[in-house]
Design a protein around this ligand. Structure first.
Ligand code: C2O
Ligand code: CU
Ligand code: CU
Length: 478
């Protein structure tokens, strides 16, 4: 891995410090680090840690929800107000796909065709976008395709052409995306292929999607939301819609498909004991080779494919997945003592041909909280044309209010460089990406080539407060 020893030490100290100060965090209403008692059939609110006689905070943890999987063939996704079950007897009013929170996990293979319909039973307009899926314009869920309350949109049938990856789906109506995603409309869309299959990665119960997002609650326990161009930051994490979750893990290697589904929050993932993740993929699927990392930053819309090695875990040996940036415990892994301890960690993963020799360079400035290149989004304006099949260098920079998770529809890109700010391309930004964090003071360069479809696509900030207030641009592949 690429960081220096001194940084690693610093991180370890930080993880320890964060764990030690969990009592302070709990006082401010953030989930505390826990000495687990039990998990089920209790009426203790997981939001309000109780205190054991020793004075240490305890949290009642809930079994992690695993969303149901479904094929995207003749599939209708209906968005409708409902009630989300957050675990431990806690519920919230929410807006849900097919009544589920998060929505069902779509799973399909490269080469198969997808036939999807969106039904809007919300009280406002919406359309569903397939983030990371490279699809024809009329499938993409562009704000032009919104349908009003009570109406539906039938997507043209399309063939899945891209490599294996964790993608996701969420609403994309102009100005309303942030609230609709926040209230619960999001789900995973997993694409599989032969390259991935040949690796024999952990599967079935050993492959677990982790959709991480934050939320805040009113005194009745329902989601609260305030639309703001500076973005919405919730004070409590939810993993797959579950408050304070745990996952029982066998003595095995697990594969976690991680999505940052927050409106605005950048997460910094680490294991509470300082153990390394094995990073195998990101937005656009598998990396070329696996990387060991103790800490990984993931912005809104970004994904990670992580292996975690529990082969040596005894029964009741636990470890916490944490966000060290927020000081949050996200998910507790609890050793079950089951399983053989067999399995292995791969090293070589996939082949990625580098994009080279860009024909031209384009500059994009993410300005204030509402503009790209000095202009607020206008649905009817096409800001630039991109020739089909030609490699281009796109340079992203900002005059402040970062980090901006810059996202492009219609193609994946390869990150070339980051100057200023954090000053490096991180291991989790190699390979194929569709979203990249641009921090204050940073200039990030990517190579991109639109070689699948012509048509109208979007470039925008995935900090949804920024997006909804205009930090978005239409372009046409011609
Ligand atoms: Cu995840 Cu244009 O969006
Ligand atoms: Cu997208
Ligand atoms: Cu932004």
């Amino acid at each position: 891995m690429s960081t220096t020893d001194s940084r690693t030490l610093h991180r370890r100290q930080f993880v320890r410090l964060a764990a030690a100060s969990a009592g302070l965090f709990s006082a401010s209403g953030v989930l505390a680090s826990c000495d687990v008692t039990d998990t089920t059939h209790t009426h203790v609110s997981p939001l309000e840690p109780s205190f054991a006689p020793g004075g240490k905070a305890t949290v009642t943890r809930n079994a992690l929800r695993i969303p149901a999987t479904v094929a995207p063939t003749n599939l209708t996704l209906r968005a409708q107000a409902g009630v989300a079950d957050l675990g431990g007897g806690r519920t919230s009013t929410a807006w849900l796909y097919n009544g589920q929170f998060p929505g069902p996990t779509l799973v399909a293979s490269t080469g198969s065709s997808a036939s999807l319909k969106f039904e809007n039973a919300l009280s406002q307009q919406s359309i569903t976008h397939w983030h990371g899926m490279v699809v024809p314009h009329l499938v993409d869920g562009h704000p032009h395709q919104v349908v009003s309350s009570g109406n539906s949109y039938v997507y043209p049938i399309f063939t899945i052409q891209q490599r294996a990856a964790l993608n996701w789906y969420h609403p994309h109506p102009h100005k309303l995306t942030g609230e609709q995603v926040y209230r619960g409309l999001a789900g995973a869309f997993i694409v599989r292929d032969g390259v991935e299959a040949a690796l024999n990665l952990p599967s079935g119960a050993y492959e677990v999607p982790l959709i991480i997002r934050d939320a805040s609650f009113d005194s009745n326990g329902n989601f609260t939301f305030k639309s703001s161009s500076s973005g919405f930051f919730g004070n409590t994490p939810l993993i797959n819609g579950t408050l304070a979750p745990f996952l029982a893990v066998d003595r095995a290697v697990y594969r976690f498909r991680v999505l940052n589904g927050c409106n605005a929050r950048v997460l910094t993932l680490a294991l509470g004991n300082g153990a390394a993740f094995t990073l195998i993929g990101n937005d656009g699927g598998l990396l070329e080779s696996a990387v060991q990392l103790q800490q990984i930053q993931i912005g809104p819309g970004e994904r990670l494919d992580l292996l975690v090695d529990f082969r040596g875990y005894a029964q009741n040996q636990n470890v916490m997945l944490r966000c060290v940036a927020a000081g949050w415990d996200l998910l507790e892994f609890r050793g079950s003592g089951q399983g053989s301890g067999a399995g292995s960690l791969p090293t070589a993963l996939s082949t990625i041909s580098p994009l080279t020799a860009p024909k031209r360079t384009r500059f994009f400035s993410f300005d204030g909280m509402t503009k790209v290149n000095g202009r607020v989004y206008d649905m009817m304006r096409i800001d630039f044309n991109v020739p089909f099949g030609e490699t281009e260098l796109w340079q992203f920079r900002t005059n402040g209010n970062g980090p901006h998770p810059v996202h492009v529809h219609g193609a994946s890109f390869q990150v070339q460089s980051r100057a200023g700010g954090r000053g490096q391309v991180f291991p989790w930004e190699r390979g194929w990406k569709d979203t990249v964090l641009v921090g204050d003071g940073e200039t990030v360069e990517v190579l991109i080539r639109f070689d699948a479809f012509k048509g109208l696509y979007l470039l925008h900030c995935h900090q949804l407060g920024h997006e909804d207030n205009g930090m978005m641009s239409n372009f046409e592949v011609v």
